[in-house]
Structure formats: structure tokens, C-alpha cells
Design a protein around this ligand. Sequence first.
Ligand code: PBG
Length: 326
Amino acid sequence: MSSGNLSRSIRRNRITRDWISQTELRVKDFILPYFVAEGEDIKRPIESMPGVYHLSIDNVIKDIAESEGLRAVLLFGVIDKKDELGSESYRAGGIVQKAARAVKEKFSELVVITDVCLCGYTSHGHCGIIKAERKNENSFIDVRATLKVLARIALSHAEAGADLVAPSAMTDGQVGTIREALDKHGFTDTGILAYSAKYASNFYGPFRDALNSAPRFGDRKAYQMDFRNPDEALREIEEDISEGADIVMIKPALAYLDILCRAKQKFNVPVAAYNVSGEYSMIKAMSGGDQEMEKNLALEVLTSIKRAGADFIISYFGKEAAKWLK
Ligand code: PBG
């Protein structure tokens, strides 16, 4: 009797199949991103992400109230008033700060995570401050100036009640700088979810539509990682852990399952994965409104992310997933 036959007989029956399943998606595995916009009763469709919207704070609150099982959200701000220095990003009365306050006030148990980056706030669309003299196309980010602003953003989010801040600018030293600033101001309990291994990916396209944050010149290859390199990701993660990251993240997820798997095996910290906008839209496009197909595709992909080693998943399917898994 070969073990192959044994497996086959178990596979034939749904109950015995469930006995031997090694990966289980759970409602509690998901973090749902929101694109928060100024105004009232705003619900603007994002064309390249069917089913995802710009929502005003009142509608975010409504949506969370309707999302059964939702335990964590990731907030992005959608703004028009952009400038060279992204100065709207750290304003105490800014959209993310207001949203974090409002959400925490209404749902104190819900974990509120905020994205700490500049690309949605700068007129040039880059994740950092641009050097006055931009001679070299590969080194135009002013790292020191950027770190200062990132710390300011993180602090403003912590003051607004964020449980975790998520630096995503891929600036060297961002985790350590933010940790230090938070501690110095008494926010020792505010955690850091680090976008540690963030690749320069083509799967961010729909997100950049959502935030109108595509770079106006050059690209992000000088600070996001080259997708040909796995070892670099492990070094970035190691660095972020040593700088004080509580959770590390791999992004995107689907085309980077090998990175996820290696990171989980190597490091003894929680690992998150970001099932990004392009991964979402791809499934939407393939299923073309067929809800059963959408569900099956999404659950297969999300399960693969979990199987590869993610402890939890940031996904635009977060709300549906909770329904499917109930
Ligand atoms: C900000 C940021 C990006 C995403 C999350 N935070 C995009 C980028 O680097 O342009 C992408 C998320 C997604 O595609 O869903 N730096």
C-alpha cells in the first residue's frame, strides 16, 4: 500500500479532507485598507479597483460597522492639496489623523494602522523629500530630510490614536527613527508594522490611481527593491527588526511567496503580507462579476499567502473574506 493511495482515499471525502488540511484562513487574519477622503457622504468609485471607494470619514465608520468580523484597518489619506514637501501629511487636522481619531472613538477595540509615507502627499509623487539639486537620477531622495518628516507623520498618527504605524517609504533608517521619535514623546505602546521588503512592483498601478500618486518623474526603483533579488529582502527585514519593528511585511504578496516563505522560516517575528491593488484587480478582471469565481480565486490566492508563511494579510478582499469564511 503506498501512501499515495491513502491520501487519495482521504481526499475523496470532504470531512476527511478537512482533517488533513494544513492551512486555514481565519476571519481574524485580515486587515482591510481604506482610502479616506475629505467631505461628507462621499463614496467615489476607484475605476481600476472595482468595489473599492474613496470614502469620507462618516462612510468609513458606516462601512466598518457593517463589516462583520473586521478587526483591523489600514488608513490611507486621499488629498488634493499636495506640495513639494508633503506638508499635509503630518498636520494634526489632516485626513488620516481625523479618521484615526474618529474610528478609535467609535470602535475602541478595532486595531487602527496608518500608512506612513509621502507619495500620497507630495506634488511629485515620490515617497520622500527631493534633493534641491537633483543631478543623479538614482539618488534624488534626501534621506535625512525624509526621515524627519516620516517621524513627524508617525507621531501625528500616534497622537491621533493609531495602534500601529506602518512606514512604507523604503527610506533607510525609517524604522529606527520612528521608534525613537515615538518613544521620546511617550508613545512606547504604539507599534511599528514595517513595510520591510517592498519591491518596485508593477502591481501597485491601481493603488496609484486611487491616491493619484504615480511619480511625476523617474520611478521608485532607487528605493524600492529589485524583484530579481531575494537576499536583499532578508537583509532589509533583519535591519528593520534590529531597529525595532514589531511586525515585518512583504509586499506584494502573490509574486513574492518565496520571500514570504524564507522570511517566516528565518525570523522569529510576526510576518504580514500585502495582497496589493493589482492582485485584487487581476482577480476582479478575471471573474468579471461572477461572484462564485471571484470567491474561489480570492480564497485560493489568500490561502497560498497564508500557506507561504503570512501570519496575517492586508487585503482589499478583507471584508468579503470575513463573509466567505464565516
Ligand atoms: C506607499 C504605498 C504604496 C502601496 C501602499 N503604500 C504604493 C507605492 O509604492 O506606490 C501600494 C498598495 C497597493 O498597491 O495596494 N508607498
